[in-house]
Write a protein that binds this ligand. Structure first.
Ligand SMILES: C[S@@+](CC[C@H](N)C(=O)[O-])C[C@H]1O[C@@H](n2cnc3c(N)ncnc32)[C@H](O)[C@@H]1O
Length: 294
């Protein structure tokens, strides 16, 4: 399984869904609006207006949590998570007693994060804001951007705008820490138009949820455009509902990222190949970049 649409982490192939069984059960999206629709012209809404589904699928995803906890604990000052979603990373950091805040473009994701923080008795500052133009009114020791959040900056202008805003929000000597999957040859050679099972999770009512990604890849544009289906399968494996979304991502390579850091005004940077601090060498590596303010 991989996490391509919301954050590609690794690959595998899975059988395609049995569309003949599913189609009669498809219903129009219940969501009335698309927060990115005006930018993208997509026909389905963004997956980030469905934070309940996001959490059912990804709340238990913890491949990076120990790393972010270490980053936050070692920051020596306040931490900001950009594109924090429903708090998969931010809430464990707050639970660890670190002063941390976050923002996300999706009001629905932020509302759910606040609900979860309230239930856990954790005071949190979490704002609705765009990565390309945010102003938290304070400076931080670390700005975090986890789980391919930076891939939602789809143009050079958007990438530079985010990096400049992040730099402005850092204290002198502070660092932006950013995780992106590395788009290697295996990814680009994967056949377009074939649904990929990215992720599965138990469904509270019994059965399971499956996230299928029908993606089109643009090698030159370094883009992935995805039609996402989240299937609800009953205890017998029978499909009971499907939720359809559209999303897109822009991948970056190592030296491109380094150039972006330079253009944005960072003083120095290092690009690692995983959460264990290894150098970035293999296309299957994860890209974990640290960019420091002077
Ligand atoms: C893959 S999720 C990651 C969420 C969280 N960081 C995590 O690790 O679970 C990407 C997040 O980016 C947010 N996002 C997308 N475009 C954004 C933008 N322009 N500004 C701020 N957030 C954005 C989405 O709403 C979503 O919550």
């Amino acid at each position: 399984m991989d996490y391509g649409v919301l954050g590609r982490v690794r690959w595998s192939t899975c059988p395609e869904p049995d569309r003949a069984r599913l189609e009669p059960l498809c219903f129009p999206s219940p969501f009335p609006y698309d927060i990115y629709g005006s930018m993208s012209g997509r026909k389905n809404p963004s997956p980030y207006i469905a934070p309940d589904l996001y959490d059912l699928l990804f709340d238990s995803l913890d491949f990076d949590i120990a790393y972010w906890l270490d980053v936050a604990r070692g920051a020596g000052g306040p931490v900001l998570e950009a594109a924090c979603g429903t708090g998969r990373v931010l809430l464990p950091i707050l639970k660890a007693g670190v002063e941390a805040e976050g923002f996300d473009a999706s009001p629905a994701m932020i509302a759910r994060l606040k609900d979860k923080a309230r239930e856990s008795g954790l005071p949190v500052r979490a704002e609705v804001a765009d990565m390309r133009d945010f102003a938290m009114g304070k400076r931080y020791r670390r700005v975090l951007c986890a789980f391919n959040g930076f891939a939602h900056c789809e143009t050079i202008d958007a990438q530079v705008a985010f990096l400049r805003r992040a730099l402005e929000h850092l204290e002198p000597g502070g660092a932006l820490v950013l995780h992106m999957s590395y788009p290697g040859p295996g990814y680009w050679s994967e056949r377009d138009g074939k649904a990929v099972l990215e992720h599965e999770a138990p469904r509270p009512a019994g059965g399971k949820l499956q996230l299928w990604d029908n993606r089109r890849k643009d090698v030159v544009g370094q883009r992935q455009d995805s039609e996402v289906e989240i299937w609800e399968l009953g205890p017998s494996g029978r499909p009971e509902a499907v939720h359809k979304f559209s999303t897109s991502q822009r991948w970056v390579y190592r030296f491109e990222l380094e150039l972006l850091f330079r253009v944005a005004g960072f003083a120095r940077w290092t690009v690692l190949g995983g959460f264990d601090g290894r150098p970035l060498r293999a296309p299957e590596d994860q890209m974990v970049a640290w960019a420091f303010k002077a």
